[in-house]
Design a protein around this ligand. Structure first.
Ligand code: NAD
Length: 484
């Protein structure tokens, strides 16, 4: 990478004045690039640029310009898809096949929101008293968009596309450890027809860059994806000024395997659900609940399957699991594995480092777990899964709902009516029956309970970036006594 300037403010690349940071490839610990992050003052400059663009450019009012710009961006991204996928794999360690899916979904998301923008019409109705009511959705203003490191590009676009589509201006902050695809993406923005200041990029950590954005009086909306503890701080800060906020937070999602499920397929989905992106997925099915009558056959199948999982160089087309994101994160996951053993759970498989270079961990499976254990209650965000047995649907539902989280869940069964009955009682924002993980751009994504506030994707994702205005029109001036 040859970037010398790492912030994009008011339509110009600007050299950072904050911390210098080395960006590391987790697969081999080599240096990808050294970036210099934004200072507090530069972060404020980015907000100012976004404010100015919102107040003075044609962007908020010109739907057609927004539609065209988003489609232009999608076209450019599609041309460079393979470079983006390679960069995402280098920076995050995710297998190249998964990075390609991310880039594809990114293009789809840009196009979906561009098309949605052109099809949205204000609601209008003649009321019982002869007046006319119109309901409009307006842009909120300046939006701060903050994302984590596990899907740096895709999660960014889940915010950038609807925020821009709705007519807002934005300041985007990727995670400090995965800025590479954001820099590349900003280069594309620079080539498109966006007014200066509509999109701004700042690099940096939560302190000072993230906190400056969240507490800035000129930021009207914060859209945050990250851990629940950080989300709590963001929420508290926003509450002080009633700033609009949406939060996509952590999870501890259950996958329920009923007794009539095909065991081989259930094993495949369990491995995919729990270990996709090395388990570093907010919706990872990190708790597998299996009907008692098939528990042992399922476990045998799982252990057998895990022997065959290809863990290694994420650039290799055959690789199914790469390294975890960093040395610090690897150590955190290992601490949880030790904790699980101390709590009395049985580590049936994995949880070991592989190789001397890169942050590789073999997929870990815990059995003999109880609901109160921390390894079952807390988000580990790595390749660690717990397996529990149940004997009735009621018990499965109780176990599944028995954490503070409520992001996603899965049910595997040949009886889809029964699975849907179970789904109706699960407290989770997304539930897959007989599959797992696919995000559908047209359908909402988000959490119950402590997994978040608000929804991304779908029309709901766009509504999260709008203010609703009701205008009631009386054609003639009415006498005050007319009011009932
Ligand atoms: P994190 O909370 O540490 O950081 C997320 C982002 O917030 C980063 O950009 C970080 O720099 C920034 N940040 C940190 N402190 C901040 C502060 N005080 N104010 C403003 N910004 C601040 O999370 P992470 O470790 O990067 O990511 C992992 C977490 O993200 C997991 O908990 C995972 O479940 C969650 N996640 C949720 C979803 C979802 O859709 N619900 C998707 C992906 C990841």
């Amino acid at each position: 990478m040859e970037y010398t300037k790492h912030q994009y403010i008011g339509g110009k690349w600007v050299a950072g004045e904050g911390t210098k940071r080395q960006i590391i490839n987790p697969a081999n610990e080599s240096l990808i690039v050294e970036v210099q992050e934004a200072s507090r003052e530069q972060t404020e400059e980015a907000v100012k640029a976004a404010r100015q663009a919102f107040e003075t450019s044609s962007w908020p009012a010109d739907v057609q310009r927004r539609v065209n710009s988003l489609h232009q961006l999608a076209d450019l991204l599609e041309i460079k898809a393979e470079q983006f996928a390679a960069a995402e794999t280098t920076n995050t360690g995710k297998p190249i096949r998964e990075s390609r899916l991310d880039v594809n979904d990114t293009v789809t998301c840009l196009r979906y929101y561009a098309d949605l923008a052109s099809s949205r019409k204000p609601w209008e109705k003649e009321m019982h008293d002869g007046t006319t009511s119109k309901v409009m959705e307006e842009p909120i203003g300046v939006c701060a968009l903050i994302v984590p490191w596990n899907f740096p590009l895709l999660l960014g676009i889940w915010k950038i596309a609807p925020a821009l589509t709705a007519g807002n201006t934005v300041v985007f902050k990727p995670s400090e450890i995965t800025p590479v695809s954001a820099l590349m993406f900003t280069e594309l923005i620079d080539q498109c027809d966006f007014p200066a200041g509509v999109f701004n990029l700042v690099l940096g950590t939560g302190q000072p860059v993230g906190e400056t954005l969240v507490s800035h009086p000129d930021v009207d909306k914060v859209s945050f994806t990250g851990g629940s503890e950080t989300g709590r701080k963001v929420n508290e800060q926003c509450a002080r000024s009633f700033k609009r906020v949406s939060l996509e937070l952590g999870g501890k999602s259950p996958l329920i395997v009923l007794e009539d499920a095909d065991i081989e397929a259930a094993v495949e989905w369990s491995v995919f659900g729990a270990f996709f992106n090395q388990g570093q997925v907010c919706v990872a099915s990190s708790r597998i609940l299996v009907h008692q009558s098939i528990y042992h056959r399922f476990l045998d199948g799982l252990l057998n399957k895990l022997q065959q999982v290809k863990l290694g160089d994420p650039r290799d087309e055959e690789t199914e699991m790469g390294p975890v994101i960093s040395a610090v994160h690897q150590a955190k996951i290992e601490k949880y594995i030790e904790l699980g053993k101390e709590e009395g759970a049985v580590l049936l498989h994995g949880g070991e480092r592989q190789g001397n270079t890169g942050y590789y961990l073999t997929p870990a499976v815990f059995t003999e777990v109880s609901q109160h254990m921390r390894i079952l209650q807390e988000e580990i965000f790595g390749p660690v899964v717990t397996i529990q047995a149940f004997t009735s649907d009621n018990e499965a539902i109780e176990l599944a709902n028995g954490t503070v989280y409520g992001l996603a869940a899965g049910v595997l069964s040949q009886d889809t009516e029964r699975a849907e009955r179970i789904a109706s009682r699960l407290k989770a924002g997304t539930i897959w029956i007989n599959s797992y993980h696919t995000p559908y751009v047209e359908a909402p994504w988000g959490g119950y309970k402590q997994s978040g506030i608000g929804r991304e994707l779908g029309p709901q994702g766009l509504s999260g970036f709008t203010e609703v205005k009701h205008v009631n029109v009386s054609k003639e001036l009415q006498p005050v006594g007319w009011y009932r």
